[in-house]
Design a protein around this ligand. Structure first.
Ligand code: ATP
Ligand code: MG
Length: 246
């Protein structure tokens, strides 16, 4: 059995044969837990994310109690509109009543770099300006009651447009909350960037200025949350015998 939803009937051929299109594309752009491929379709560049089949318990959970990641990616994209690349479809395949493979399709966003680059490169052009614009983007998300629970560097795509303005899109959006946010939750949302204190301060201070918060208090709150997150992650890495870097 197959469940699906698409934004426009013109994608029906693609959706019906998604396995074939996915296998035939050799434009693999990301190969980790999930695989992403770029697929040209009727003159458009699309991105197809193929989700790993969950283990048995989660197949039950995602079939009966929770929405699949593919479906959530699609529905959340529809919900947040311009903050993310345009959604095209989701497809869920079921075997014996349980979810197996699933796909999320979106328009390919022609970004120039993700935020990892300016974060890691001290001489990246206009990096402080990029961090300020990013803070304004996150402020807008929060003002729309949108909390991205996985706001990590690879999920923040940036484009410098012809007018020299920076445009942002978030991806990987199957984990989100839609609630009015407290000041603390707002400051804490920057913690997954793994930014150093100086760069994070640039972001937090810009955010505080836009929101008319007490700057010093907001910065301290964000820096503390960031350090807590690093400590927890580093502790876990040490337990596994992995090297730590901050
Ligand atoms: N619509 C898009 N346009 C352009 N590039 C994209 C798009 N969606 C994803 N990407 C690229 O693919 C990468 C991986 O995508 P994504 O973050 O959704 O997968 P992931 O990190 O493997 O997900 P997960 O954490 O669930 O395993 C992104 O970092 C980005 O570079
Ligand atoms: Mg990601």
């Amino acid at each position: 059995m197959k469940k699906q939803k698409l934004s426009n009937p013109k994608y029906l051929n693609l959706i019906t044969d998604i396995e074939k299109y996915f296998q035939e594309s050799d434009a693999l752009i990301h190969d980790a837990r999930n695989q992403l491929k770029r697929i040209p379709f009727q003159g458009e560049g699309l991105i197809v994310k193929s989700f790993k089949v969950p283990h048995l318990l989660n197949r039950i959970v995602y079939s009966f109690f929770r929405q699949s990641k593919a479906r959530k990616s699609y529905l959340f994209s529809e919900k947040i509109g311009d903050f993310t690349p345009e959604p095209i479809a989701y497809i869920e395949n079921y075997q014996h009543g349980l979810i197996s493979t699933s796909y999320f399709v979106a328009k390919h966003y022609e970004f120039d770099f993700d935020i990892r680059r300016p974060l890691l490169k001290p001489d990246f052009l206009e990096r402080a300006l990029i961090f300020k614009r990013f803070a304004a983007f996150v402020y807008q998300l929060h003002e729309h009651n949108i909390l991205h629970l996985d706001l990590s560097p690879g999920n923040i795509l940036i484009k410098r447009d012809d007018a020299g303005q920076y445009q942002f899109k978030i991806v990987d959006i199957n984990r989100m909350k839609f609630i009015p946010l407290s000041v603390k939750e707002r400051a804490k949302n920057f913690s997954k960037l793994w930014a150093n204190n100086e760069d994070l301060t640039v972001m937090l201070s810009e955010y505080a200025a836009l929101a008319a918060y007490d700057q010093e208090a907001f910065i301290q709150c964000g820096l503390r949350a960031n350090q807590r997150n690093k400590n927890i992650k580093n502790f876990k890495k040490r337990l596994k015998g992995h090297p730590v870097n901050d």
